[in-house]
Unconditional design. Sequence first.
Length: 265
Amino acid sequence: MKQILYRSLTILMIFMHGQGVFAQETDSVPELGIYEHLDAILPDDLVFTDENYNEVNLKQAIDKPTILALVYYECPGICSPLLEGVAEVIDRASMELGKEYQVFTVSFDHTEPARLAAEKKKNYARLVKGQDVQDHWRFFTGDSIMIDRLMNTVGFRVLPDGEEFIHPAAIIVISPQGKITRYLYGIYFLPFDLKMAVVEASEGRSGPTINKVLKYCFSYDPEGKKYVINITKVSGTLIIVLALALFAGLAISSRRKRSKPQNPS
């Protein structure tokens, strides 16, 4: 009973903070939570095994904005809802998987085999329609050394609990250069938030004009963990546009008055 209560309270603490753990770095070794390492670069030699039993260098495989989901496949708790949330946002997002971004799911349990990754991929791939999940939503397993290095790089800390783990819920966005650009917390993700995170990760690369407009009008709120409209920029732009329109209207009106023929007296 005490163990159940302890785990329930821990999970409740995770969900109370944006359905994830956003922790502060301390001098002591962190035990549970997400310690944001924005701008950190993935190591060049992280090698994992994908669902097809291929050894893959993670850094080399990231050639476009990449969504990283850290889970363990036999999780009885929030991993399944998180992966369902990932499947749903892939399905709903107005982006082409494989062209604009890709998704990597990595197990942080080194005892889980590639066979299990393949089984989980089949389960969640069925939830996505009209996207190339076979080639661009990849499921990985790895040894303890590679897993520890990856988790330390991204700041993802779990707490072993017998044969299970207590862990935060989030996805991590990585740029084509392997740089961590954004953390999105929870088990449910808005298509707009994913779109904006992918646009940010693509910074420096060409993109549709609408992406530039979105980046101008919206900014990321680190406290609320979501994208919000940038009132200052938008209102300032509207004021300038209205002022220019008023000035143009007055100039045209004045020109028309001057060009009217004068009635003879």
